[in-house]
Design a protein around this ligand. Sequence first.
Ligand code: GTP
Length: 362
Amino acid sequence: MTPAGPGPFVRDPLAGKLPVTLVTGFLGSGKTTLIARLLTHPGMNRVAVVINEVGEIGIDHDLVSMSSENVSLLANGCLCCVVRTDLQDTLRQLFGQRRAGRIADFDRVIIETSGLADPAPAVQTLATDTMLSTHYRLDGVVTLVDTVNGARQLSTSAECRKQIALADLIVLTKEDLAGSDAVGPLLDGVRTINASAAVRRSCMGDLDPSELTGLGLGSARAGAQTLRFLGGGLDLGDTQQTNLDGAYLGGRLPGARHDSSIRTLALTFEQPFNWSAFGTSMEALIALRGPDLFRVKGIVNVDGDPVVVQAVQHIVHPPVRLDRWPGPDRRTRLVFITRGMRAELIRGLFDAVGSLHPRDQA
Ligand SMILES: Nc1nc2c(ncn2[C@@H]2O[C@H](COP(=O)(O)OP(=O)(O)OP(=O)(O)O)[C@@H](O)[C@H]2O)c(=O)[nH]1
């Protein structure tokens, strides 16, 4: 006798739900670069992007907006701390507006978490919010790891380890800067935390979209080791709430809280810069406080033109001149993620250097 087949009443519970990809990774690991590049692929033009940035100024939002119609910016703050309800509201609104035909139709959502975010609450929100789980399904967690800074971040940042632990796919970035010798040791560290995620390498966001989609219900998240990171509140059948942070470093670290001395400073400047004044200010800042400067990004008005500047710890990435302003705001907007620095110090330095470089001598 042949066993009975699935029969007419068995439905795929995920059918028809919009897949959501959570893109995470430590500060400056290349999330925006990857997403902006993905959106240029022909098959990725029906994607809504939700961006969660730390800092009051949405730089990533502006940059991604240049390649997608549907970009939502979550309120200032970190997904894991204050803006979880914002994520719920944003996804609900997106769905409602899509159904009402008020926004361009989309069949996939990509959420970029802030570099300091613990992605677990976002995973949890998608899994447990009844309305959201009716319309959306988590397709996978993609974690970017910067080959230049990754090894240090792994050993010093609980957020970084948690982002790796939750990954279905790990994308190693910036091998072009670090060299291929850096990959092996970094991968050993990554594997200590998450042995089951797929690993890909990507330079400047170069990755086929098919690698990031259809990651399924998270084989890595189903692993017992990974589930320990999710902590209380999400019962996925794990009974051992051991903190893997402690296992990795040999000492316990707080699971989901940020280092309270890490601060985000957002500065705007009304007057255009000349490039040499800006460059000298940045060099001075890095020389004075390099180790405390985790991340700098912004759009600088250089004699009227928009130039994107980026620094990730001691690495200053080449500035990129945009061919147009992303919006009407022409001010210089800079975000500094620092340890123990004050906005006045940075502004004072820029003002002092600026006064030595009058613009008419540019
Ligand atoms: N050389 C090189 N640079 C890269 C690569 N990926 C990203 N970058 C650069 O690294 C800098 C930071 O990249 P972003 O995409 O802004 O990183 P992010 O993870 O979105 O940054 P946060 O949102 O601040 O956490 C930019 O200057 C990028 O051009 C890469 O593979 N190689």
